[in-house]
Design a protein around this ligand. Structure first.
Ligand SMILES: *[C@@H]1O[C@H](CO)[C@@H](O)[C@H](O)[C@H]1NC(C)=O
Ligand SMILES: *[C@@H]1O[C@H](CO)[C@@H](O)[C@H](O)[C@H]1NC(C)=O
Ligand SMILES: *[C@@H]1O[C@H](CO)[C@@H](O)[C@H](O)[C@H]1NC(C)=O
Ligand SMILES: *[C@@H]1O[C@H](CO)[C@@H](O)[C@H](O)[C@H]1NC(C)=O
Ligand SMILES: *[C@@H]1O[C@H](CO)[C@@H](O)[C@H](O)[C@H]1NC(C)=O
Ligand SMILES: *[C@@H]1O[C@H](CO)[C@@H](O)[C@H](O)[C@H]1NC(C)=O
Ligand SMILES: *[C@@H]1O[C@H](CO)[C@@H](O)[C@H](O)[C@H]1NC(C)=O
Ligand SMILES: *[C@@H]1O[C@H](CO)[C@@H](O)[C@H](O)[C@H]1NC(C)=O
Ligand SMILES: *[C@@H]1O[C@H](CO)[C@@H](O)[C@H](O)[C@H]1NC(C)=O
Ligand SMILES: *[C@@H]1O[C@H](CO)[C@@H](O)[C@H](O)[C@H]1NC(C)=O
Ligand SMILES: *[C@@H]1O[C@H](CO)[C@@H](O)[C@H](O)[C@H]1NC(C)=O
Ligand SMILES: *[C@@H]1O[C@H](CO)[C@@H](O)[C@H](O)[C@H]1NC(C)=O
Length: 416
C-alpha cells in the first residue's frame, strides 16, 4: 500500500516536472480543432558580431511565454510557429509523406535588435537560420517523442532540442497517446527484440514492449546516418553523393566486436573519374575507402578498404578489391534502406543502414532516381507467398500420386 502510494507520488511529480519545464503549445485550425501539439525544450547558442570586430555568443533558452501566431495547418502541410521575446521565432514545417509525416525544416529567426539578448550587437537585423532536423517517418496519428538531446549545428547558431513531444496533423481534436520514438531514445527503453533495429529511422511503439527473450550480446543502437559528397573542385556541385549509417564487425583472433561508424566530425576526400570514383571518409577511429567502378552501363562498389582501431586499441586493416555490391545503372543511384550485411573479408563484416549512393553522373548535386535493393522493394512480400504456393503445390502433388497409387493397386486386385 505504501509502495503503491510512493509510486503514484513519483509518477505525479514526474509529470509535474515535465510540464513545468517544457514549452507547451497547441495550434488549432480554421475550425478551431487541435491540429498541432508540441511540448519542447530548446536552447540556442548564437554567435553574433559586436563592435571592435569581435564576436560574442549568446545562450538563449526558449522561454515559457510564447505565442503561436502565424502557425498554419492544412491537410498535407503544416507550420508550427513559436514567437517569443522581442521578435524572435522558431518555426517547424511538417509535411505528409505517405502514411507518415516529417519535419522538413526548422527556421530560427533572431532579432539582433533585441539588446537584452544580444548586448552590443552591431546589427539590428532579424536573421533567419534554416536547418533540416532529423524528424522523419513519424507514423500519422502518433506523437514524435525524443527525450534525448539533439544539437543541430549551423554556421552561427547551434540549437539543442530535448524532451521533445510533437504531433502534427492531429485528428479527432486530441493528441494521440501513441508514440513514435526517435532513434536516440530507442536503446534506452526496452524495445521489442526485432532482428536488429532495421533503420536509423524512428521506430513506432503501439503495443507495450514485450519482455526481451534473447539478448546474447548488448546490441548497439543503430548507427547515425551520415551525408558525404565529393566535388571535382571547390566551385562545382557534387559529383559523388553518399548517405549511409555504417556498422562494422571485426574479428581478431577469437574476439568479435561490432562498432558503429560515427559520422560526426568526419572528414571526406575522394575523386570522381569516368571509370572509377573514390570516397574516403575518416573519423577519429576509422578510415573507410570505397572505390566504385563504371563499366559502361552499370556501376558497383568494387573495392573497400577499412583501417581503424577497436575499442581495446587493437589496429586492423581489411580490404577487398574484388567486390560487386550496390549495383545500379550509371546515372541512377543505389538505395537500400533496410539493414544489410556483407562479408567483406574473413575478419570484416559490413552492416549498412539507410544506404544511398551515386558515384557517377550526379546532376545538380542531387541524387538521381533510385534503384532500390530487393529487400526494400514492394515485391519482397512475395517471397513468403511463393514459398507457400510451392508448398501447397507439393502437397497436392503428393495427394494426387497417393490417389493414383491407390486406384492402380485397387484395379490391380480386381484384375487378378
Ligand atoms: C539550456 O540552457 C540552460 C540555461 O542556459 C542551461 O542551464 C541548460 O543546461 C541548457 N541545457 C542543455 C541541454 O543544453
Ligand atoms: C575584421 O576581421 C577580419 C578578419 O577576421 C579582418 O580581415 C578585418 O580587417 C578586420 N577589420 C577591422 C576593422 O579590424
Ligand atoms: C538600431 O536601432 C537603434 C534604435 O532603434 C538605433 O538607435 C541604432 O542606430 C540602430 N543601429 C543600427 C546599426 O542600425
Ligand atoms: C556550435 O557547436 C560547435 C561544436 O560543438 C562549436 O564548435 C561552435 O562554436 C558552436 N557554435 C555556436 C554558435 O555556439
Ligand atoms: C494506438 O494504437 C493502437 C494500435 O495500433 C490503436 O488501437 C489505438 O487506437 C491507438 N490509440 C490512439 C489514441 O491513437
Ligand atoms: C572558384 O571561384 C573563385 C571566385 O569565383 C575563383 O577565385 C577560384 O579560382 C575558383 N576556383 C577554382 C578551382 O576554379
Ligand atoms: C559531435 O561531436 C562534438 C564533439 O566532438 C559533440 O560536442 C557533439 O555533441 C556531437 N554531436 C552529435 C550530434 O553527436
Ligand atoms: C561510364 O563509362 C563509359 C565508358 O566506359 C563512358 O562512356 C561513360 O561516360 C561513363 N559514365 C560516366 C558518368 O562517367
Ligand atoms: C574508361 O573505359 C573506357 C572503356 O573501357 C576506355 O575507353 C577509356 O579510356 C577509360 N577512361 C579512362 C579515363 O580511363
Ligand atoms: C588499405 O588502406 C591502408 C591504409 O591506407 C593501406 O596501407 C593498405 O595498403 C590498403 N589496402 C589495400 C588492399 O589497398
Ligand atoms: C574475383 O571474384 C570473381 C568472382 O566473384 C572470381 O572469379 C575471381 O577469381 C576473383 N578475383 C580475385 C583476384 O580474387
Ligand atoms: C545478415 O543478414 C542475414 C539476412 O540478410 C541474417 O540472416 C543474418 O543474421 C545477418 N547476420 C548478422 C551477423 O547480423
Amino acid at each position: 500500500m505504501y509502495r503503491y502510494a510512493a509510486f503514484v507520488l513519483l509518477l505525479a511529480s514526474g509529470i509535474a516536472v515535465q510540464l513545468s519545464h517544457g514549452v507547451e503549445v497547441r495550434v488549432t485550425d480554421s475550425e478551431d480543432k487541435l491540429c498541432i501539439y508540441a511540448n519542447v525544450m530548446v536552447n540556442f547558442s548564437v554567435s553574433y558580431e559586436v563592435s571592435g570586430n569581435k564576436t560574442e555568443t549568446a545562450e538563449i533558452e526558449l522561454p515559457s511565454k510564447v505565442t503561436t501566431n502565424g502557425s498554419d495547418c492544412s491537410s498535407t502541410s503544416s507550420m508550427l510557429k513559436i514567437n517569443f521575446g522581442e521578435g524572435h521565432s522558431w518555426s517547424v514545417n511538417f509535411t505528409i509523406n505517405g502514411s507518415n509525416y516529417e519535419a522538413d525544416s526548422i527556421t530560427f529567426a533572431y532579432n539582433l535588435g533585441d539588446k537584452s539578448l544580444f548586448p552590443n550587437a552591431t546589427s539590428n537585423d532579424t536573421i533567419p537560420v534554416i536547418v533540416t532536423p532529423e524528424i522523419s517517418g513519424v507514423v500519422k496519428d502518433t506523437c514524435y517523442s525524443c527525450k534525448s538531446s539533439d544539437t543541430i549545428e549551423s554556421k552561427m547558431v547551434n540549437q539543442t532540442l530535448w524532451n521533445v513531444l510533437i504531433q502534427a496533423f492531429v485528428s479527432n481534436n486530441s493528441k494521440s497517446e501513441n508514440i513514435t520514438s526517435c532513434a536516440a531514445d530507442v536503446p534506452v527503453t526496452p524495445a521489442p527484440p526485432t532482428t536488429h533495429a532495421p533503420t536509423a529511422a524512428p521506430t513506432t511503439k503501439t503495443t507495450p514492449a514485450p519482455v526481451p527473450t534473447t539478448t546474447p550480446t548488448p546490441t548497439l543502437p543503430p548507427p547515425s546516418v551520415g551525408n558525404y559528397s565529393v566535388k571535382r573542385d571547390e566551385n562545382s556541385t557534387a559529383c559523388l553523393l553518399a548517405e549511409f549509417g555504417l556498422r562494422i564487425g571485426v574479428k581478431q583472433g577469437e574476439k568479435y566486436q561490432e562498432m558503429n561508424f560515427d559520422p560526426n566530425g568526419t572528414s571526406v576526400t575522394g575523386k570522381c573519374g569516368d571509370n572509377s570514383s573514390d570516397l574516403v571518409v575518416t573519423s577519429n577511429t576509422m578510415t573507410i575507402m570505397l572505390t566504385f567502378t563504371n563499366d559502361t552501363k552499370k556501376f558497383r562498389l568494387h573495392a573497400l578498404n577499412i583501417t581503424g582501431k577497436t575499442s581495446s586499441g587493437a589496429v586492423f586493416s581489411e580490404a577487398n578489391t574484388n567486390l560487386s555490391l550496390w549495383e545500379a545503372a550509371v546515372g541512377a543511384s543505389y538505395m537500400c534502406n533496410k539493414e544489410q550485411n556483407y562479408t567483406i573479408t574473413g575478419a570484416l563484416t559490413l552492416f549498412t543502414f539507410n544506404l544511398r549512393v551515386q558515384p557517377f553522373g550526379v546532376k545538380k548535386g542531387v541524387f538521381s532516381t533510385a534503384e532500390e535493393c530487393f529487400l526494400d522493394s514492394d515485391l519482397s512480400f512475395l517471397v513468403p507467398i511463393a514459398v507457400g504456393v510451392a508448398l501447397s503445390f507439393l502437397i497436392v502433388l503428393v495427394l494426387i500420386s497417393y490417389l493414383i497409387g491407390r486406384r492402380k493397386s485397387r484395379t490391380g486386385y480386381q484384375s487378378v
